[in-house]
Design a protein around this ligand. Structure first.
Ligand SMILES: *[C@@H]1O[C@H](CO)[C@@H](O)[C@H](O)[C@H]1NC(C)=O
Ligand SMILES: *[C@@H]1O[C@H](CO)[C@@H](O)[C@H](O)[C@H]1NC(C)=O
Length: 311
């Protein structure tokens, strides 16, 4: 079983790498110039976050894998949601700061720990306001996920329900250089080792726009997934729509915090928080087209509810 899945992953990585020139810089001035001259719905630029990096450097960052079983569509009873919604203004102070995964394929761990941090704050009306430790998922959730080599969002959320994770100040992030320390069961800062959890059996996979909206509206930001194409690395603002012909680099997990409609382009979009630092995109956030399953973003978002009963 383990052998077969390793083989499948190896084959997929090979198939992707085979078509790419790994040594080429990921930021491409000619692409940026042409893109911006064409009046697209988003603006491209040289993101300082990826200055000097090659396509090969980026492949290691994109660590999200699809779950083995096809996710089940969650039936959504017609929940009325507003036309535009932003968790940051709806629950002030509960959407935590933009983080930076560094050169480690740990996006799956960031989007999972971040969505639980926000959901704890929202469920407790601000009483539990902590930034949870993505490092704990990278280093401790190693039975089904692979640390800096990637993970599956649903498996990460199952770990949050079964075991929980401490705060980021208890187990700080040090995997930015691509290596994971051993799982740590006491706090670096000397505080009490307290685990924060998701409520058991509440994990849902949302595979439609309506299901994602209903879940975010009820509980807060959700872990989403998308395919990343090379053009996305030079996103700076606006509603991202994949440029035809751009090369697929890999799978990525992010946190969907809301939605809206852009008055300039007329496009519906998701508001998404990335984990590439706050100097990428719009202060660490981006908009991506909603309703056309752009890069797969409308079909595979997942999270459970926060467990505040024992805190
Ligand atoms: C949570 O803590 C952050 C950082 O200290 C603060 O900016 C934010 O306002 C707090 N949120 C709430 C709901 O109190
Ligand atoms: C990454 O950083 C950790 C902690 O600072 C260190 O122990 C490790 O050797 C570093 N690994 C690499 C590949 O630089």
């Amino acid at each position: 079983m383990r052998f077969i899945s390793t083989l499948l992953i190896a084959l997929t990585v090979f198939a992707v790498c085979n078509a790419l020139d790994l040594n080429k810089p990921v930021l491409d001035d000619k692409f940026i110039h042409n893109h911006n001259a064409n009046g697209a719905s988003w603006v491209a630029g040289r993101n300082p976050r990826f200055e000097g990096q090659s396509i090969g450097d980026i492949l290691g960052l994109l660590g999200t894998k699809k779950p083995r079983n096809t996710p089940e569509e969650v039936s959504v009873s017609k929940v009325a949601v507003p036309n535009s919604f932003d968790s940051r203004t709806n629950w002030p102070g509960c959407v935590h700061a933009v983080l930076n995964q560094g050169q480690c394929g740990s996006c799956w761990a960031f989007a999972a720990s971040e969505s639980l941090s926000d959901r704890l704050c929202i469920a407790s009306q601000g009483a539990i306001n902590v930034t949870l430790s993505p490092q704990a998922l990278v280093s401790c959730d190693i039975e089904f996920n692979q640390g800096c080599n990637g993970g599956i969002p649903q498996m990460a959320w199952e770990y949050l329900e079964l075991h929980g994770i401490p705060t980021d100040s208890c187990f700080p992030y040090t995997s930015g250089n691509g290596t994971a320390p051993d799982c740590q069961k006491e706090c670096s800062d000397g505080s009490k080792y307290q685990l924060y959890k998701g409520k058991t059996f509440t994990l849902k996979t949302c595979s439609s726009v309506a299901a994602i909206q209903a879940n975010v509206f009820a509980y807060g930001p959700i872990e989403g997934t998308m395919d990343v194409y090379q053009d996305f690395m030079s996103y700076t603002s606006g509603v991202y729509v994949m440029t035809p012909g751009s090369k697929l680099l890999g799978g990525h997990a992010i946190k969907i915090v809301g939605w809206g409609t852009d008055s300039t382009s007329g496009l519906d979009y998701w508001i998404v928080q990335n984990s590439w630092g706050s100097d990428w995109g719009m202060n660490g956030f981006f908009w991506i087209q909603r309703g056309t399953n752009m890069c797969g973003i409308d079909r595979d978002a997942s999270a459970g509810q926060a467990d505040i009963s024992s805190l």
